[in-house]
Write a protein that binds this ligand. Structure first.
Ligand SMILES: *[C@@H]1O[C@H](CO)[C@@H](O)[C@H](O)[C@H]1NC(C)=O
Length: 117
């Protein structure tokens, strides 16, 4: 009986794995609280729905990588697609541009933060 139970579990796990196909990331760039010029905030780049799990996320200020950013652990949802978040403490000022550079399956794309300042 125990072997049968194991076989059933593995059937489910293989079915789940075979469902996962290459999928491009969905990206959202936003701030933790409403942004105001000169006020400290957190810039967040949320990336989800992608597969395979290898991905590079960079937060950029005026095109330059923000080195003090932190990344959450990779997590996956019920459809076996992965999601994670990169965030950084920042203080937006007039004339500055912020963006998230996401590289997946060899393709890089920039996602601009459209700060409502
Ligand atoms: C985005 O990231 C990729 C991979 O790290 C890098 O090759 C590319 O130059 C970056 N693009 C920009 C505009 O920084």
């Amino acid at each position: 009986m125990r072997a049968l139970g194991l076989a059933v579990v593995c059937l489910i796990c293989f079915t789940g794995l075979s469902v996962a196909k290459d999928a491009p990331p969905e990206v959202q760039v936003y701030t933790r609280t409403r942004s105001e010029v000169g006020k400290e905030n957190t810039l967040i780049c949320h990336v989800k729905g992608f597969h395979p799990p290898e991905i590079t996320i960079d937060l950029l200020k005026n095109g330059v990588s923000m080195t003090n950013s932190k990344q959450t652990d990779l997590a996956f949802d019920e459809t076996w697609n992965y999601h994670l978040t990169k965030h950084v403490r920042f203080t937006p000022n007039k004339g500055e541009r912020f963006a998230c550079n996401v590289t997946h399956l060899g393709k890089s794309r920039m996602y601009d933060w459209d700060g409502d300042m």
